[in-house]
Design a protein around this ligand. Structure first.
Ligand code: NAP
Length: 249
């Protein structure tokens, strides 16, 4: 069995699924978290298992503390120790101006995109930290270029949640740097996944394409490559850093 075990939250689709495929080819044991789309997670797990990878499918809503702690306990049982975490699961809501946003909507965004990331980081560092007799590890938080742009007129709540993830990444990287854990972030933008449909505009990338310096959207695999590098020993002296994957935006 591989010595590297990674949990990827939101691995059923999009960037999470692309990351799972790439890390499977790099000899990680893969823990696939999903929320609702069980069939997609099962199909991906079968694909990776056929390719010789050890997988574990984990249904959990990352915004729920008991579900997160239970998920990490299942990983302990299956693989012994978690070495890598990709905090990737995220949501956004239909585009609107701030003046029309309800507290319910804002809180849903924040509990998944912020609280969920904090809880998964907490459980991961408890296990990885050399201060707790862990072997160290690496975490990548999937933020967004929206953390820099603020997404005016579309979803400032989502953008602000990603700003919080950048701050989490910076603070936690420093807090655990001497405990063998590296924490970095990626900031994608304009990636072809289902997420834009959730925002109410499936064709959003085509609308924005002329304003993207590289004049095209990105593929989930292009984000996965950066995540895999930040997790790997090739990035052994990199912590508290961010890679932007937004075509020059
Ligand atoms: P996606 O295709 O919509 O997939 C979202 C994933 O998150 C799914 O696997 C979903 O699980 C999971 N998820 C949603 N709510 C969850 C919850 N409460 N608990 C656990 N899992 C949950 O999204 P994506 O575009 O790949 O986005 C992945 C990450 O990249 C997100 O953090 C997003 O903010 C960020 N990002 C994306 C873009 C872009 O252009 N696509 C740009 C910047 C940043 P189910 O399938 O089970 O529902």
């Amino acid at each position: 069995m591989s010595e590297n075990t990674v949990l990827i939250t939101g691995a059923s689709r999009g960037i999470g699924a692309a990351t799972a495929r790439l890390l499977a080819s790099q000899n990680y044991n893969i823990c696939l978290n999903y929320h609702q789309q069980r069939n997609a997670a099962v199909q991906l797990s079968e694909e990776l298992t056929k390719a010789g990878c050890k997988t574990l499918i984990l249904q959990a809503d990352i915004s729920q503390e008991d579900q997160v702690t239970d998920m990490f306990r299942k990983i302990d049982t299956a693989f012994g120790s978690l070495t890598h975490l990709v905090n990737n699961a995220g949501i956004l809501k239909p585009q609107m101006r701030l003046q029309d946003m309800s507290a319910e909507r804002i809180n849903q965004i924040l509990t998944v995109n912020v609280t969920g990331y904090f809880l998964c980081c907490r459980e991961a560092i408890k296990r990885m930290s050399t201060a707790n007799s862990g072997k160290g590890g690496a975490i990548v938080n999937v933020s967004s270029v929206a953390a820099r742009t603020g997404s005016p007129g579309e979803y400032i709540d989502y953008a602000a949640s990603k700003g919080a993830i950048d701050t989490l990444t910076t603070g936690l990287a420093t807090e655990v740097a001497s405990e063998g854990i590296r924490v970095n972030g990626v900031r994608p933008g304009f990636i072809y996944t289902d997420m834009h449909t959730d925002g109410g505009e499936p064709g959003r990338i085509e609308r924005l394409r002329p304003a993207i310096p590289m004049q095209r959207g990105g593929q989930p695999e292009e984000v996965a490559a950066a995540i895999a590098w930040l997790l790997s020993d090739q990035a052994s002296y990199t912590t508290g850093s961010f890679i932007d994957l937004a075509g020059g935006k």
